[in-house]
Every structure is written in C-alpha cells, then in structure tokens.
Design a protein around this ligand. Structure first.
Ligand code: FAD
Length: 354
C-alpha cells in the first residue's frame, strides 16, 4: 500500500480529502494528521472570540473512509529527506505522497511584546482564550484591536454586537481601513463603526506592547485587552523547511503545486506562494487542482504542463449579524444583502461538508 499523508485538515486539506477519497485506488491509503479532532472553520473565529457563536458551530467532522487513518497530534517536524513526518508523542508517519496544508500564524513584525501581551484569533485554541478574556471583561473596559483588515474589522464589529458596553478601538496602519478593498467599501465600513461607537485610529504605528499597554507612535495607551490581527505568516514548520520561498515565506511551487524536483510533495493554502492573497476560497480552489493532479499521477496519466489560472469569486465580510460588505465578482455589495450572501456561503459550506 502507498500512503498519501495530508498535514492539516483545514480548508485545503479537507477539500483534497473530499475529492480523493471517493476515487481512492485500491493500492492507496490516506493519513490525515491534525492537532484538532475536527475540521475548524477558521473564517468564523472572529465570532467565536466575540461570543456570538458557540464552539460547536465552527467545526465540522472529518470525512470517514475505510482506508483513511486520522492521526491526532502536534506535528513537530517534516523531514523531506527521510520522507517522514514527526509528531509530538507518536511514532513518525512515512509518506509516499505528501500534502502540506498547515495554514498560517500571526506575524508580529518584530514589535516588542506583541507576541506575549496580545490575544489572537489564528487558531481555535487561541480564539477560545480570546473569547474568555473578552467576555469576562468588566463593563466599560477598553479593548484594542491592532489591524483593520478583514479579520480585525469582523472581530471589532462582532464584539460591538456581543458586548456593546465595551469600548473598542481599532488601530490601522493605512489612511483608511480595509486597504485590500476599494475606498468606497472602506468608507461604508468606517461609517458603520462611527455609528456604532467603535473608534478607529488611522495611520497608527504600534511600536511596543506591554501588559495592558499599547504604544502607538511610542505613546502608551491603556487597554484591558489587546487583540492582534495585524499580519500573518506561514506555519513555522513550513518556514523551517529548507526549500525556496517568496518574500512572505510561502513555498514556491511548480504550476502543478508540488515542490520543484519533488512531484510527491504538494503545498496547499496559506503556506503556498500563489498569485492571490491567502484565503479559504483560494485554498479550496488550489486543492481542487492538487486532487486532480494526484488522481492523474496515480492513474499513470500525463500531468499537464500548465493549469488553468485560479479565479476568485470575491470576498465577503460581516459587520455583526445584520450588515456586511464585500465584492462579488468585482462588484461591491454592502448592507443586509452582503450579510445574507456571507451567511449563505457559510450555510452552503457546512451543508457540503456534512
Ligand atoms: C478571522 C478570520 C476570518 C477570515 N475570513 C475569511 C473569509 O471570509 N474568506 C476567506 O476566504 N478566508 C478567510 N480567512 C482566511 C482563511 O481562514 C485561511 O486563508 C484558510 O483557513 C487557509 O486554509 P488552509 O487550508 O491553508 O489552513 P487552515 O484552514 O488554517 O488549516 C490548517 C490546519 O493545520 C492544522 N495544524 C497547523 N499546525 C499544526 C501542527 N503543528 N500540528 C498539527 N496540526 C496543525 C490546524 O489545526 C488546521 O486544521 C479568515 C481568517 C481569519 C483568521
């Protein structure tokens, strides 16, 4: 038996399993390794942290198959030389084909104290801690959120809905929030925050973080809790791999998504260097192509030299449970319709993932 090992049952890993398992050749087995016993819906961690959805609502069971083994544990090393994956407290797992889909982590841009004194929504474990801290705060407490990209904006608005008694301040480096979106969308979101008493600090430069103190341009500002949503980088295990990477530390791949010279090691999702910003949608679209390549490879069919370029359908963000914003095929959408589209996407995702 030849073994495909999938590292990480996130959006990329899950989609590969869904496409591979129904057609798994008789001589193949699959091992999924993840620290969590379920597929976690990372795109909803802002709501988990704010306290508007329960833990159970942000997870989905992994698929079942007679030749799928699920190994729960912390991966500690990937050895491409030995073709083995090392785990914290279990025997190493050998692979014939490997898919690395370990997602990303916070990036602190060398801001002293940021890794120690800020909360995070990058893993389910950290989002649970953030939930506890935020929801145990006394009325009137001050919460600083650093970074007004999609996840910072969603967290700030959801927290405002969950705890309107808190004073939420959103810090952003840019002249206007949501730098990846158009100015029109940014202004819409900014006015939503003004209406809901969430303070926005533009052109911020966080220079240091200490316990309950955030330094903006070296000026200390007191906060009862600080959440970091100001940047991401690939998983440390991937950063430690001795392979070619781009400026963000993402692995450079062939057009068929494997390591140059190693057609048995694929990288999917946030760890892969791709022509779009990392997202769950991108991880899934790339995973479709990887699943197709694996099926061709196992069937002894030729692997195409180029693949169709991945097209993104758009991005949706929420502003609490009633409003939203985003782009659908490059068309800006705001308000209740945008929120309905976002909820619909989540509903469909859960429906198709059992
Ligand atoms: C608050 C928030 C909102 C977002 N909203 C959107 C959105 O609206 N739309 C969108 O497209 N994207 C969104 N994203 C981005 C999206 O969540 C990621 O791009 C996506 O999860 C990447 O998928 P992935 O498969 O690469 O990794 P992930 O989905 O992060 O999966 C990685 C998996 O690896 C496992 N893992 C990691 N390290 C180890 C280890 N050492 N040992 C064992 N297991 C390990 C994890 O448990 C996890 O299951 C959002 C992100 C955040 C944080």
């Amino acid at each position: 038996m030849k073994n495909l090992v999938v590292l990480g049952g996130g959006y990329g890993g899950m989609r590969i399993l869904q496409r591979i398992l129904p057609h798994l050749p008789e001589d193949r087995t699959v091992t999924l390794i993840d620290r969590s016993p379920y597929h976690c819906l990372k795109t909803e961690y802002y709501a988990l942290a704010a306290g508007t959805v329960s833990d159970q609502e942000v997870r989905v069971s992994f698929p079942e198959h007679e030749r799928l083994t699920i190994a729960y544990g912390e991966i500690t090393e990937i050895s491409l030389e030995e073709r083995k994956v090392y785990l914290n407290d279990k025997e190493p797992v050998s692979y014939d084909d490997l898919v690395i889909g370990l997602g990303c982590e916070d990036k602190y841009h060398n801001v002293p104290g940021a890794d120690v004194y800020t909360l995070s929504i990058q893993t389910i474990e950290k989002s649970r801690t953030t939930y506890q801290v935020l929801n145990n705060l006394a009325p009137g407490a001050r919460v600083g959120i650093v970074g007004a990209g999609l996840s910072g904006v969603e967290l700030a608005s959801e927290l405002n809905e969950s705890r309107p008694d808190l004073n939420v301040v959103l810090f952003d480096r840019g002249e206007h929030i949501l730098s990846a979106f158009s100015e029109r969308l940014s202004k819409y979101v900014q006015s939503w925050f003004t209406k809901h008493n969430v303070e926005i600090v533009n052109k911020a430069n966080i220079t240091r973080v200490e316990e309950n103190l955030l330094y903006n341009h070296d000026e200390p500002l007191p906060f009862d809790a600080i959440v970091w949503t100001a940047g991401i980088q690939p998983n440390k295990l991937v950063r430690d791999l001795d392979v070619e990477k781009d400026r963000q530390g993402r692995v450079i791949l062939t057009p068929q998504h494997f390591l140059p010279g190693r057609d048995d090691v694929f990288v999917v999702g946030d760890c892969a260097s791709l022509p779009h910003a990392p997202s769950a949608q991108l991880a899934e679209e790339q995973a479709e192509q990887i699943a197709d390549i694996l099926k061709r490879k196992w069937a002894g069919k030729p692997i195409p030299e180029t693949l169709p370029s991945i097209k993104m359908k758009g991005t949706m963000g929420s502003l609490g449970s009633k409003h939203g914003f985003g782009l659908v095929n490059d068309t800006p959408v705001t308000g209740r319709v945008a929120r309905l589209i976002k909820s619909g996407i989540l509903w469909m995702y859960k429906y198709h993932n059992g």
